[in-house]
Design a protein around this ligand. Sequence first.
Ligand SMILES: NC(=O)c1ccc[n+]([C@@H]2O[C@H](COP(=O)([O-])OP(=O)(O)OC[C@H]3O[C@@H](n4cnc5c(N)ncnc54)[C@H](O)[C@@H]3O)[C@@H](O)[C@H]2O)c1
Length: 257
Amino acid sequence: MGLLEGQNVVITGGASGIGAATARLVHEHGGAVAIVDIDEAGAHAVAADVAGAGFVADVSDPEACRAAITAADAALGGMTALFNNAGIGAAKPLHDYSDRLFAKLVDVNLAGTFYGIRAAVPLLRARGGGCIVNHASVSGIRPTRFEGPYSAAKAGVISLTMDAALEYGPDLRVNCVSPGLIETPLTAGVLADREVRTAVEDATPLRRVGTASDVANAVVFLMSPLAAYITGHNLVVDGGSYLPNSQADAILRQFGM
Ligand SMILES: NC(=O)c1ccc[n+]([C@@H]2O[C@H](COP(=O)([O-])OP(=O)(O)OC[C@H]3O[C@@H](n4cnc5c(N)ncnc54)[C@H](O)[C@@H]3O)[C@@H](O)[C@H]2O)c1
């Protein structure tokens, strides 16, 4: 029997990358899936792969987000879990961000997560409970240079996750995942450079770049009965990459260690 047998899972940003990998893994574990994405063709393609339903919405539009999650809930016959996964990134010096790009990064990554939670809570409660997994990032724990607005938004996602866990227990469990660098369409350009890839591998204790499946496994775990006593947790999925101490490592390298 699959880990998610009987579960009905809504995944935002499920048309690509980690969201699509999670949709496939939920399906493999016996769960039903609905995808909500701004990319209409992608949403329908992944939904067709997993015998699910696809809906189009920009999660940063509160009414569109609510309407799509409500429609997804109806199509599934009542949702039991939400993966608030849709997100976008950008990298540039902080003082070069326009008002518009700053607002967009916060609107999609942070406000979009809030709109998803707001829409899903009454629907999940109507089914007697369930769980929410939000998508944060290691950049939300310690910021990545040039990703200021993104990092701040993801820090907000971690905080919102803990708040929702406090507010909605015992009916709902609310957790988040914080990946390091994961190979998806979002990062493919950067990782195509051999030197960059090798540098990333060298700085990662598990010596490889993460895959969308690595994160999907963590999300399915958090949604499953195996995580029944886990709420308010931020599960880091980064191959240990945020552990190295750059000051000590520089000294150790001098001694050939
Ligand atoms: N790839 C990484 O290295 C990495 C690391 C940490 C966190 N994350 C997070 O993982 C999540 C998924 O990223 P990914 O790497 O799979 O990227 P991706 O670009 O492959 O997928 C993102 C999906 O979100 C959808 N989307 C974007 N904006 C949207 C909006 N406004 N409304 C609805 N859908 C929208 C896209 O159409 C796409 O299907 C994001 O929240 C990202 O911040 C990724």
